[in-house]
Ligand binder design. Sequence first.
Ligand code: ATP
Ligand code: MG
Length: 653
Amino acid sequence: MGGQQDPAAELDPEQRAAVLAPRGPVCVLAGAGTGKTRTITRRIAYLVAQGHVAPGQVLAVTFTKRAAAEMRNRLLALDAVGVQALTFHAAALRQLRYFWPRVIGDDQWRLLDSKLPVVAQAARRAGTGTDRETLRDLASEIEWSKASLISPEEYPAAVARVHRATPAPAEQVVAVYANYERLKNEASVLDFDDLLLHTAAVMEEHGDVAEEFRDRYRSFVVDEYQDVTPLQQRVLNAWLGERDDLTVVGDANQTIYSFAGASARPLLDFPRRFPGAVVVRLERDYRSTPEIVSLANRVIEVARDRPAGTRLRLIGQRPPGPAPVFLEHDDEPAEAAEVARRIRDLLAAGTPASEIAILFRVNAQSETYEQALGDQGVPYQVRGGERFFARTEVRQAVAALRTEGALREERPLPDRVRAVLARLGLVAQPPEGGAARERWESLRALAELAEETVRLAPGTDLARFVVELDLRAEARHPPTMEGVTLASLHAAKGLEWDAVFLVGVAEGTLPIQHADGDDAAIEEERRLFYVGVTRARQHLTLSWALARMAGGRRYRRRSRFLSGLAHQDHPAAALGRTTGRSAPDFRSEVARCRVCSAALTAIMAIKLGRCERCPADLDEDLLRRLRTWRSERARKLGVPGFVVLTDATLTAI
Ligand code: ATP
Ligand code: MG
């Protein structure tokens, strides 16, 4: 293998230990940005390069489509071509498609597009309330039950055991859940959880299938293992059988799917389950500036119920960068406009659009930002990526490719695909703005997917590419698009950007309204916030608005998670303006904390006795001098206490 990068280069000693460990159980427990994903992709590339395993024998799984795409890209850069890196669902879907005809027979099945209509029908049959909110709650409850391996019959005892608040009386949930399963069976449709359930069942019940599978895949890798559900764990166990060639990496502080049944337990228990496992802990953060790392540390150190072994502090490795910015706005449109303006400035200063993300708690927030970006002429990744394959131009393109693919031409795949797409409007120059631009972007995404596909699997022909498109459509796995990323916090985990705008950091949004009063839910929201702030490499902006609509009543408060992060005693600082009211000549050079290089203000230093950010203790002597200096200065100049300490000032005292 002529690797573009040496898989064992540029690793710290702990990362190297995990990369070079012999085949067998390996577990990396570490915080955000410490190189977990880097370590597993390097490990795969290393094992492949050394000939310990063939690329096609490795199955790497993760939880979100974006994270799986990220893994594929990193593997590609390491020349580990042919390794499968998929979401759990996509892996199960492929497996099921392959084995289904042999095991179940010719029964055709469809994947359920949306649970809600079936849940609605199930609820009507059960005589339960059918308003939209109840239905959504019931759908989530069914999802949680299935992910937790709880059948309708087991449901009442299970929820009683864990003291779970149920969306309706337990016996009603049971009735809806049972009806839902029945309706799906009658219509031969499977939901996403069924893909996993059937995969596990097929492996457990058909020895020959299990054997064939285990002969094909011999080495398993799971990223983001802190978010595994009992159902996914069951699939993983079925894949493994008696073997132990499993590498897992995760961070218990980033568990953000426990509402859906996920738990960090299997990650934390891994060393007990595999006593011979190589266990590695990482604490050096290679992703973010020390300013962002110190903020992240403060976000998570106040989290409650952190299990032993997860209380690591991240140590920033990168050179200092700009301080995180806190922005408060009157209303959401104003917030979005300001974010869009700042993004335009970053683009003008040379940051590529693909290195910028706007992250939000709920998808409903996206629209305001799409509007604002559109107004500023900023390209963004089309939202609702899930619906990519439902777009008219994409459906037309897939149909045209299918016709064209009827199976003999020598030209390379990307050329053939481009020729077909050109007929549908993929011209060289993108049209200006609006729907035409969006259409053009979708077609370009398909063209680029063809290129990526042949890079990953050389020799793919058009017919095979169309099958790949069908699989992606079924798994709702859109190709990557150009532009600023708009993503929910859940979809952003594992990813990183130079500049991150974490928006809507207000009570009721982050934490979300319904978490209020529920300690466990609030802690999960806090972890989500932690995931958000740790996505940024260089620029982190946290913003919120006091009213939703322009001119609306300003009744919102900034998020509780910001306390201790923004200078809450001083509104000007919270707004990201200078904290200084000192003479202008003092503003340019700001004295910084020795440990995290945060700017020190006299008032906060004196009040806290420590740095506001990291929080290193300030020595008594410095504090005493500060106090004297401040009262002197205030007396002489009538300047209030909020003074930025500059190097010049410190030299003077
Ligand atoms: P998360 O918990 O968010 O998934 P992670 O632990 O998986 O984070 P990675 O994404 O693997 O972290 O790494 C974070 C960044 O640091 C990446 O850009 C990666 O290339 C870089 N990095 C990791 N290890 C090193 C290293 N030893 N030297 C230089 N850069 C590194
Ligand atoms: Mg990662």
